[in-house]
Design a protein around this ligand. Structure first.
Ligand code: C2E
Ligand code: MG
Ligand code: MG
Ligand code: MG
Length: 293
């Protein structure tokens, strides 16, 4: 009977693995096709507000890619980004994201609420793999041209995870320095979830850390999360880095972060990632225009 059960189980896993492989292949082909005509293929960007520590003033936006496939429905980036990385077209996807985000910010700056966008930062997520591809700096330069500014201050920030630091070599440091020379600021995303040593904070031109949502979720009540967030803030500030907290959902989290001098906050407490139209509506409703002068 045990043998029987074992065999059935094997068949079960085999079938589900086959189904998963089939879905992967379908997604991969669909994504490849979508990249030929991104708007038609269901790709878009959503923009999530980042606010200053007081949670009142809009400071910047993070662009987050969205994919709604006509037949397969909404696919989350946590599913299709790794797929694009493994299938070798992450740089095509990343290039589209970067250009679309920069063109959108340029359009906003030229539009009716332009003054409200003038000083905003625009954060774009970049896969560690993209950094190591030849021509990456040139692609960033081309995207900056869409923003109408090839050197700073244009507000472009790139968010990259600690995965980047597993491959630290002279070439990578050279790439990061070239980006910095273009006025691009580098943020380390999901800080604290990777495996790298802290020494890179000294060696690399990173200017900002983003505390991962998993730690923010635990404050103020979980003593370990509270300790990690406090230590991150204090270390970052001592090193001259600014800190953003992601995934802020409650007033208690906000109060804790403010008390410990976090520089900026982002999360559902303030706003979700919004379509360009919804972002304009949100700005009209929630934000006080900056006082002139
Ligand atoms: P991330 O860069 O750490 O982005 C934060 C994620 O948390 C986003 O999920 C965002 O929608 C979500 N989020 C924001 N505020 C809250 C909150 O208060 N509570 C909760 N529970 N979630 C919140 P999303 O959009 O599904 O993106 C997931 C990840 O996919 C991103 O994590 C990033 O690593 C990756 N990703 C998204 N867009 C891009 C892109 O254009 N390029 C690349 N390479 N990766 C991207
Ligand atoms: Mg991010
Ligand atoms: Mg993050
Ligand atoms: Mg995250």
């Amino acid at each position: 009977a045990a043998k029987e059960a074992g065999r059935n189980q094997w068949c079960f896993f085999d079938a589900s693995m086959q189904a998963e492989a089939a879905r992967r292949l379908a997604l991969e082909n669909a994504l490849r096709a979508a990249l030929d005509d991104p708007a038609d293929g269901g790709l878009s960007l959503a923009y999530q507000p980042q606010l200053d520590a007081s949670g009142t003033e809009l400071r910047g936006l993070e662009a987050l890619v969205r994919w709604y496939h006509p037949a397969l429905g909404a696919i989350p980036p946590s599913e299709f980004i790794p797929l694009a990385e493994e299938s070798g077209f992450i740089d095509r996807l990343g290039d589209w994201v970067l250009r679309t985000a920069c063109a959108q910010l340029a359009a906003w700056r030229a539009g009716p609420l332009g003054a409200r966008f003038a000083a905003l930062t625009l954060a774009v997520n970049v896969s560690p793999i993209e950094f190591t591809r030849p021509g990456f700096v040139e692609r960033v330069r081309a995207a900056l041209a869409l923003l109408g500014a090839e050197t700073g201050p244009h507000g472009l920030e790139l968010e990259v995870t600690e995965g980047l630091l597993l491959q630290t070599d002279d070439e990578l440091i050279d790439t990061l320095n070239q980006l910095t020379a273009l006025g691009v600021r580098l943020t380390l995303d999901d800080f604290g979830t990777g495996y790298s040593s802290l020494g890179y904070l000294k060696r690399l031109p990173i200017t900002q850390l983003k505390i991962d949502r998993s730690f923010v979720a635990g404050v103020p009540n979980d003593p370990d999360d509270a300790a990690i967030v406090r230590a991150t803030l204090s270390m970052a500030h001592d090193l001259g880095l600014s800190v953003v907290a992601e995934g802020v959902e409650t007033a208690a989290q906000r109060d804790f972060l403010r008390r410990h001098e976090c520089d900026a906050v982002q999360g559902w407490l303030y706003a979700r990632a919004l379509t360009p139209d919804d972002l304009l509506a949100w700005l009209r409703e929630h934000q006080v225009p900056p006082t002139p002068g």
